[in-house]
Design a protein around this ligand. Structure first.
Ligand code: MIC
Ligand code: SF4
Length: 644
């Protein structure tokens, strides 16, 4: 039987296991990437492994998330990252060079290669025909140290695109349709593999929008074939030699197939507060809009921004709207400047931001109280924008531009102007001077690493105790994201300082959690978190496991977990337990006294995991499927203990 693209690439990189969906496999990694926000912790962990040079073909460290530099913490992180890159053979992409996923696609991604990144949108690389997966920083550190990456061998779902997009409809509308079909829940362990004749009109940056936001479905990754479009993009990037063809075999078998007719799509939006709350723009109606943000790793390509510039040309942004434009990379910004489009932005009253994550991660540009913000980014989780009362809608660049002009949610087809058909340039102006390359450092071992006062050490954990005894320190509902657990925005500057960052765990849900958890921990009691469905959705930030670990959390009992977060919990010695009978969730409350006797022995030898709810006089069973490797990680109290 023929093979899928996913199977072909994974099989070439297998170091343990076989391509049997649902089983644990290990793959060799060709490339890694880190952003600054998760990178500092990843490199602190990498340093503790005493490996002098990275063992990958390519590792890139990007300074892209936190470039605001309010206070010394953030610039100190940049200096630390630069030193680490010079010392250990990593390429550094300097602040101002752009968002990791854009820059990686432009300059480093290669069809057929494997990549993991300490950022959940690493699957953007799937647009080039790579297997690109998001992971916790510790997994990336291990990959740089030459260790393989362990994942559950995925089930492959085919997304067949037929037809052709009509004017004013674009790649964002395709992925919003995918989110409507798949939702954000229930897709753990799957890969979305795209195919069909509809692909022939989609350029790599458009495929990147789709692969990028596939993350919101909770899939392991998304992947596109590497075809003539891919060759064209790499040629435009002046690196055609990196191209090779990768196609699924015509008789490849898929777990499931879904077909989307592009010619039937209309402008869509994801309503607050989840990327799968899909409606048509017309259904939402003409509500007034106070802010429009075009940017992020999802939709800020050259084509996206030129389209917006053409729509704005000769007009002024509505007086009640603040329009933010943040190009995805310095290359995009420079090409816009050279081709004259920046002048159109300035003349229209748009506000130009740095080529960085910025507003997307709540790092500036918070909407006003009760404000409506239209964004081309990928996440509209509660409070992520920095304003708890704001409503964030995710839209295409076309819909964003329409609202910027009218001050209202507007179907861009109703603007009454001709659709600007923008082609991808045949050749981009390329300038790689904002990378610091390993070969530029003459004596890497002599590089002194500078650590500002905010840069700590990765916190230690004890091995798993014999028995877990303590209280349910918090009970939360469904779809708790890592933005709820460890908020970013103004707190990004504490990413290198776990004791400080831990003060804000669960702040958007229950600001009193920290005091309670700390009190229990200091009294020698364990903390347990109880949650609903899809716990740990969203970002790959392992801080959502490290900070709870620091506060003495030993187990999370949920109705279901998302992939990266569950791996992060295990990496830091916290047991992810699943209610055997979902109904028990309704009978457990915050403050309940909990005991899990002989948990160490049960993890070691197998057997039923029974939880005693002492407060309610009830016993219930939990499930926890673990590989031998994961058992060893939990028993040791995390991967760092085990590696030592
Ligand atoms: C995000 O989009 O949530 C982030 C910020 O890029 C994160 C990484 C982080 O938390 O630093 C992600 O997606 O993994
Ligand atoms: Fe940056 Fe936003 Fe993309 Fe995360 S989703 S990498 S914060 S632009």
């Amino acid at each position: 039987m023929g093979k899928t693209i996913t199977e072909k690439i994974i099989e070439k990189h297998l170091v343990a296991g076989r391509f049997i969906p649902g089983t644990e496999i290990a793959i060799r990694l060709d490339q890694t990437l880190t952003p600054d926000s998760t990178g500092t912790m990843a490199y602190l962990q990498f340093e503790s492994m005493n490996v002098p040079r990275v063992r990958t073909e390519l590792s890139v460290s990007y300074i892209d998330h936190n470039t605001l530099q309010i206070g010394f913490e953030n610039p100190d992180d940049h200096i630390y990252l630069t030193g680490i890159a010079r010392k250990h053979g990593i390429v550094l992409s300097r602040a101002g060079n752009g968002i990791c996923h854009h820059v990686h696609l432009e300059r480093f991604g290669k069809p057929g290669k494997t990549l993991i990144g300490a950022d959940s949108h690493t699957p953007t690389g799937g647009a080039l025909g790579m297997i690109a997966v998001g992971a916790g920083g510790l997994d990336v550190a291990l990959a740089m140290a030459g260790e393989p990456f362990y994942i559950t061998c995925p089930q492959v779902i085919r997304v067949n695109l037929i037809g052709r997009l009509r004017p004013w409809i674009s790649a964002k509308d395709i992925i919003l349709k995918v989110l409507e079909i798949f939702t954000t829940k229930g897709n753990v362990g799957c890969v979305l593999e795209y195919g069909g004749e509809g692909l022939s009109t989609l350029t790599v940056p458009e495929r990147a929008t789709i692969a990028n936001m596939g993350t919101e479905c909770g899939v392991t990754t998304s992947v596109f074939p590497s075809d003539e479009m891919t060759r064209r993009f790499l040629k435009a990037q002046q690196r055609e030699e990196d191209w090779c063809e990768i196609q699924a075999d015509p008789d490849a078998a898929y777990q499931r197939s879904v077909e989307i007719d592009l010619s039937e799509l209309v402008p869509l939006t994801a309503k607050p507060h989840s990327p799968d709350q899909i409606a048509t723009v017309r259904e939402v109606g003409g509500i007034s809009v106070q802010q429009v943000c075009v940017g992020s790793c999802t939709n800020s390509s050259y084509k996206d921004l030129v389209t917006v510039a053409c729509i704005l040309k000769g007009k002024l942004v509505h007086p009640d709207v603040s329009l933010i434009i943040a190009p995805g990379s310095r290359q995009i910004l420079e090409n816009l400047a050279r081709d004259g489009y920046l002048a159109d932005f300035f003349a229209s009253g748009a506000r130009l931001m740095e080529t960085a994550c910025g507003f997307c991660v709540g790092n500036g540009q918070s909407p006003p109280t009760n404000g409506v913000s239209l964004r081309t980014s990928n996440r509209n989780f509660f409070a992520r924008s920095g304003t708890q009362t704001a409503d964030v809608y995710l839209v295409s660049p076309e819909t964003a531009a329409a609202a910027a002009l009218t001050g209202r949610f507007t179907d861009p087809r109703d603007l009454g102007i001709a659709y600007p058909e923008v082609a991808m340039p045949e050749r981009f102006h390329v300038d790689d001077r904002m990378f610091i390359r390993p070969e530029e450092t003459a004596e890497p071992s002599a590089v002194k690493i500078v650590r500002g006062p905010n840069i700590g050490k990765p916190p230690k954990n004890d091995p798993l105790p014999k028995t877990i005894r303590g209280e349910v320190a918090i009970k939360v509902g469904d779809k708790i994201t890592t933005d709820h657990i460890t908020p970013a925005g103004d707190l990004l500057k504490y990413r290198s300082n776990i004791p400080k960052y831990a003060e804000f765990v669960f702040r958007p849900v229950d600001p009193s959690f920290y005091e309670r958890a700390l009190k229990n921990r200091d009294a020698g009691r364990h903390n347990v978190v109880v949650a609903g469905l899809s716990y740990g959705q969203g970002s790959s930030r392992e801080h959502a496991a490290i900070c709870p670990m620091f506060l003495g959390v030993k187990a999370v009992i949920a109705r279901s977990f998302e992939r990266i977060h569950s791996a992060n919990l295990i990496n830091f010695g916290i047991i992810p337990l699943i209610f055997h009978e979902p109904d028990v969730y309704n009978r457990i409350a915050q403050g309940d006294e909990i005991e899990i006797t002989a948990i160490r022995k049960t993890i070691q030898n197998g057997g039923k995991i029974i939880i005693r709810n002492i407060t309610r006089g009830e016993e219930f069973e939990c499930l926890c499927e673990l590989s031998e490797r994961q058992k060893a990680l939990l028993l040791a109290g995390g991967a760092l203990n085990l590696k030592k």
